[in-house]
Ligand binder design. Structure first.
Ligand code: PLP
Length: 329
C-alpha cells in the first residue's frame, strides 16, 4: 500500500504488535480458544490504536508541508495524547480542542497531553466546527501551517493504518500457523473498523469482525454505521477495491453502549478485574473494558459460536484508569 494513492507512512510505533494466546482466560471459557492482539503496546507514549492512524496522518501532514497538528476529543482522549506525542516525534506543534472546562487537577490522558507540551483549548460542553475553524484561522494568521484531523483521527488517511494492520495480522497468523474465526474490538469514531474492513478486502483477512459499539449516539448527527460506510466507500474508490460494501459488512455489536460514553458501570469494572486477575493485562474503563465485557458476555451466551478461535484486539487506553482512580475499585 505504498503507491501514489496513499500518503507516506511516518514511523511512530513498534510493529508488528505482539499476538498471543490467553491461556488462563481460555481455561475459564473452555469452549473457546482466546487470543489477544497487543495494540496497547504500540510504544508511543503508553500505546494504543491511534499510533497506527497517526503514522499515516503525520505522514500526510509532513508531505503537505504542515508544521502544526490540530485535533479534538474528550478530556480523557487517548487520541489527543497520542497525537501530542506523535507531533513531538515529528517536530511539529500540537493544538488540542477538548470538551469541558479546564479542571483543577490534570489527570490521566489530559495530564500526559499537557506533559507532552500540547496547547490545550477547553471548548465547553460541545466542540463545534467554529472552534476548529477559528483556531485554524488564528494559526494561519500567525504564519503556521496547520494540519487538521477530526476526533479519533477517523479519516480515510487515519483508517489506512488499520488497513495495514489487517495485513500485519494476516502475516502474523500465517507465521504462527493460527486461524481466527472472530476479531472483537471497540469501535467509536469508526476509523479502526473502516480500516479493518478495507484491509480485509485488500488482503483477504478471513476472520469476521465483531466491532463493539462504545457510544450509543455516534459522533454529531451521524450514526457510527454511516461514518464507517463513508470512510470505507471512499477507501474502496481510492484503493481500487471492486466489490461494494454491504451494510451487513459493518454490523456493529450493539446493546453494550446503553450507559453512555465514558460512564463506568459494573460491566467495565468486572472486565478490567477479570483480565488483570487472569492474565496481568490492563484494559481501560471507556473502550476496551466495555468491548471485553461484550466479548465474555457473548462467550457465555453462545452468541459467539462455541469451538471458535476468538481474537480480542486490545486498542489501548491505560492512562484513563488513573483518571477514574478509586471509582474502579
Ligand atoms: C479511539 C479508541 C478506540 C476506538 O477506535 P475508533 O477508531 O475511534 O473507532 C478504541 N479503544 C481505545 C482505547 C481508543 O482510544
Amino acid at each position: 500500500m505504498t503507491d501514489h494513492n496513499t500518503p507516506p507512512r511516518f514511523p511512530l510505533g513498534f510493529f508488528p504488535t505482539p499476538l498471543h494466546r490467553l491461556h488462563r482466560l481460555s481455561g475459564r471459557y473452555p469452549d473457546y480458544q482466546l487470543f489477544i492482539k497487543r495494540d496497547d503496546q504500540t510504544g508511543l507514549a503508553s500505546g494504543g490504536n491511534k499510533t497506527r492512524k497517526l503514522e499515516f496522518l503525520v505522514g500526510e501532514a509532513l508531505a503537505q508541508g504542515c508544521d502544526t497538528i490540530v485535533t479534538a476529543g474528550a478530556q480523557q482522549s487517548n487520541h489527543c495524547r497520542q497525537t501530542a506525542a506523535a507531533a513531538n516525534v515529528a517536530g511539529m506543534a500540537c493544538h488540542l480542542l477538548v470538551r469541558g472546562a479546564e479542571p483543577k487537577e490534570y489527570t490521566g490522558n489530559l495530564l500526559l497531553s499537557k506533559l507532552l507540551g500540547a496547547t490545550i483549548h477547553f471548548c465547553g460542553e460541545e466542540i463545534r466546527a467554529e472552534h476548529s475553524t477559528a483556531l485554524l484561522q488564528e494559526l494561519r494568521a500567525s504564519g503556521r501551517k496547520p494540519y487538521h484531523t477530526p476526533v479519533g483521527g477517523s479519516t480515510l488517511t487515519g483508517a489506512l493504518g488499520f488497513a495495514e494492520a489487517a495485513r500485519e495480522l494476516k502475516e502474523q497468523l500465517e507465521s504462527m500457523q493460527l486461524q481466527m474465526d472472530y476479531i472483537v474490538f471497540a469501535s467509536c469514531s469508526g476509523g479502526t473498523q473502516a480500516g479493518l474492513l478495507l484491509g480485509k478486502a485488500l488482503y483477504g483477512l478471513e476472520p469476521s469482525l465483531l466491532p463493539v459499539s462504545i457510544e450509543k449516539t455516534g459522533l454529531g448527527s451521524q450514526a457510527l454505521e454511516e461514518t464507517v460506510m463513508a470512510i470505507a466507500e471512499e477507501g474502496r474508490g481510492r484503493l481500487g477495491i471492486g466489490k461494494a460494501f454491504d451494510p451487513e459488512d459493518l454490523a456493529l455489536v450493539r446493546g453494550y453502549d446503553e450507559a453512555g460514553y465514558g460512564v463506568l458501570t459494573r460491566a467495565e469494572k468486572e472486565a478490567i478485574r477479570e483480565l488483570a486477575a487472569l492474565e496481568g493485562i490492563f484494559l481501560d474503563p471507556v473502550y476496551t473494558g466495555r468491548a471485553f465485557h461484550a466479548m465474555t458476555d457473548m462467550l457465555r451466551s453462545g452468541r459467539i459460536e462455541p469451538g471458535s478461535n476468538v481474537l480480542f484486539w486490545h486498542t489501548g487506553g491505560l492512562p484513563a484508569n488513573f483518571h477514574y482512580g478509586n471509582q474502579l475499585l
